[in-house]
Write a protein that binds this ligand. Structure first.
Ligand SMILES: *[C@@H]1O[C@H](CO)[C@@H](O)[C@H](O)[C@H]1NC(C)=O
Ligand SMILES: *[C@@H]1O[C@H](CO)[C@@H](O)[C@H](O)[C@H]1NC(C)=O
Ligand SMILES: *[C@@H]1O[C@H](CO)[C@@H](O)[C@H](O)[C@H]1NC(C)=O
Ligand SMILES: *[C@@H]1O[C@H](CO)[C@@H](O)[C@H](O)[C@H]1NC(C)=O
Ligand SMILES: *[C@@H]1O[C@H](CO)[C@@H](O)[C@H](O)[C@H]1NC(C)=O
Ligand SMILES: *[C@@H]1O[C@H](CO)[C@@H](O)[C@H](O)[C@H]1NC(C)=O
Ligand SMILES: *[C@@H]1O[C@H](CO)[C@@H](O)[C@H](O)[C@H]1NC(C)=O
Ligand SMILES: *[C@@H]1O[C@H](CO)[C@@H](O)[C@H](O)[C@H]1NC(C)=O
Length: 505
């Protein structure tokens, strides 16, 4: 899911998209994985079926008027149909998440046989069609019972419960699943949920723009982030001790990564950009690779930043076999210049980071510009600063108005640009091993419901049968993956005329 952190002090800039040189699937390594993604709450529906109980996401989506995932794409019933579409599309891999409360309705303890059966069948279906599953263990959907019982991610008890949930996933699905992401976009998850208050459980300090029922934006994001790192590391250790020698999979954490570049060439903006890299990437990457938080965060946050004990530091360091990257857009960074009329007065993650983020594109329409160099920059930065770890791009995609057209040419251009950026990074030594389009089909989106979507398949949400229809992007991806399409705009035009002749919405 794309989670936008709505920083309120922004300017708007429009960039012209430039295209990469021609390339094909065959320019990538054979074992590179091209796939597409989804998550449980956004795709499955069936929220009251088969013994599933509510997660914090159900509670949150029912408390606003944006829409909810009660039915979503009905993947819970339509998974066979969707796997067939994936196979026709030529997907090499599919990324999805396990609903914690479908598998363990009480958050801990007994396993729900119907939930187990659903995921086993789904994974078998993928395997039978030659599609590699990439499983996200946790995608924002904490059992509501654990939130109520002890405050979820703010309490260290979550580490034990998360590890026990992961244990069930490894034991039950690990013979067929070789790629595990513990926690989805942990960085922005902590920020959106505990600093902004935009995502469940919706905590924040009061401000001019939003009042949450509870929270503290200057402390909670760091506490939740700390517990996420420890929970990830604990699950990873368990995997390595108990399963890895037999199952031979790998396990990683994923972070949200804006493309970052200084707004001007002033020294102040360059320093601000380094600080933003440390807050947005280093916050999680430095502990995972080097065992501790970035110095600049320790200095600015003081006692608000939790401390790793020696043992915890050892546990976290080296716990991620790969880094998962969620990337959608770039921002320019400039040193924070408080604007009293706009800026919230509260202390939060962004005021701690001390930068203004300048979005590229029309933010009011949520139509940010494609900036493939931003992703190239992220991959290059991680290569150079964090010992070139293996990377999977776990989400990248283009949001458009839902149902506006099947001819999503700008989405195809976006995908071409970004896949080209990944190729450039690989050519320059980045160990990037996979790329997943967000999303396989139109989904329920946390911040926009059904208004905007990212799917390569259109879903008619007003149709009782939730009919799926391929967009231009689906045909383009198929052609790219089967090697018949070279990345050049004339191929898009040919596809475009084919789709307008053959498909109706
Ligand atoms: C947040 O916590 C800090 C540190 O404990 C405290 O100084 C501050 O008053 C709290 N802010 C809110 C809004 O509760
Ligand atoms: C939040 O609460 C504060 C203090 O009660 C108030 O000044 C502010 O206007 C509220 N903000 C919103 C968005 O309601
Ligand atoms: C920034 O760029 C301008 C215009 O290209 C140049 O004149 C100036 O010397 C540069 N400043 C720094 C600090 O590099
Ligand atoms: C952004 O979208 C708004 C709303 O439709 C429109 O008024 C504005 O002109 C657009 N700005 C740019 C830079 O395209
Ligand atoms: C390519 O990698 C080298 C060595 O890490 C680095 O110095 C250079 O800046 C990179 N080039 C680009 C375009 O990122
Ligand atoms: C969606 O489905 C409804 C109900 O079946 C139908 O009336 C409508 O035309 C469909 N919309 C599109 C864009 O296909
Ligand atoms: C390759 O993809 C193109 C474009 O979607 C499609 O027309 C063609 O049938 C596919 N070829 C094979 C061999 O799958
Ligand atoms: C368009 O359709 C024609 C006829 O069905 C097919 O030969 C051609 O390969 C298609 N073009 C693309 C780019 O898929």
């Amino acid at each position: 899911m794309q989670t936008l952190s709505l920083f309120l002090n922004f300017l708007i800039i429009v960039l012209a998209i430039k295209f990469s040189d021609a390339f094909t699937r065959n320019d990538f390594p054979d074992d590179f994985l091209f796939g597409a993604a989804s998550s449980a709450y956004q795709w499955e529906g069936g929220v009251d079926e088969g013994g599933r109980t509510p997660s914090v996401w159900d509670t949150f989506s029912h408390s606003n008027s944006i829409g909810n995932g009660d039915i979503a794409c009905d993947g819970y019933h339509k998974y066979k149909e969707d796997v067939k579409l994936m196979a026709e599309m030529g997907l090499e891999a599919f990324r999805f998440s396990i609903s914690w409360t479908r598998l363990m309705p009480n958050g801990r303890g007994p396993i729900n046989p119907k939930g187990l059966w659903f995921y086993k069948n789904f994974i078998k279906e993928l395997r039978n069609h030659g599609i590699e599953p990439h499983v996200t263990i946790y995608h924002y959907d904490l059992p509501q019972t654990l939130e109520d019982e002890y405050g979820g991610w703010l309490n260290r008890k979550v580490i034990e419960d998360f590890t026990a949930f992961a244990d069930v996933c490894f034991r039950e699905f690990g013979d067929d699943v070789k790629l595990w992401t513990t926690i989805n976009e942990a960085t922005i998850f902590a920020i959106a949920s505990y600093s902004d208050g935009f995502a469940p459980p919706g905590h924040c300090s009061p401000s001019k723009f939003i009042n949450c029922s509870t929270g503290n934006s200057s402390t909670e994001p760091y506490i939740a982030g700390h517990n996420m790192l420890l929970a990830h590391a604990s699950a990873s250790k368990l995997y390595k001790l108990k399963y890895k020698s037999k199952q031979r999979g790998s396990i990683g954490l994923s972070i949200y990564a804006f493309g970052l570049s200084p707004y001007t060439n002033s020294t102040n903006d360059e320093i601000a950009t380094q600080r933003a890299q440390d807050f947005l990437f280093g916050w999680m990457l430095k502990p995972l690779v080097f065992g501790d938080y970035p110095d600049v965060m320790k200095r600015i946050l003081g006692p608000r930043l939790p401390i790793f004990s020696k043992e915890e530091s050892k546990l976290v360091k080296g716990s991620s076999d790969f880094i998962g990257i969620i990337h959608y857009m770039s921002v320019y960074i400039t040193n924070l210049t408080p604007n009293p009329s706009l800026l919230s007065t509260r202390k939060d993650f962004y005021t701690d980071m001390g930068v203004d983020m300048i979005y590229i594109g029309n933010f009011s329409l949520f139509e940010w510009e494609a900036d493939p160099w931003g992703l190239e920059g992220v991959l290059e930065y991680i290569k150079q600063s964090y010992n070139n770890p293996p990377i999977y791009i776990l989400e990248n995609g283009k949001q458009m108005n839902h149902g506006s057209t099947l001819q999503d040419t700008s989405r195809v251009e976006y995908m071409q640009g970004y896949i080209g950026a990944v190729l450039n990074a690989i050519k320059n030594g980045s160990d990037t091993r996979g790329y997943f389009v967000w999303s396989m089909i139109d989904l329920y989106e946390l911040l926009s419901g059904y208004k905007y979507s990212y799917g390569m398949y259109y879903v008619n949400f007003s149709d009782p049968g939730l009919k799926r229809s391929p967009k231009l992007s689906a045909s383009w991806y198929t052609g790219f993956l089967n090697g018949t399409i070279d990345v050049a705009s004339k191929d898009i035009i040919k596809l475009q005329s084919n789709i307008s002749g053959s498909s109706s919405m």
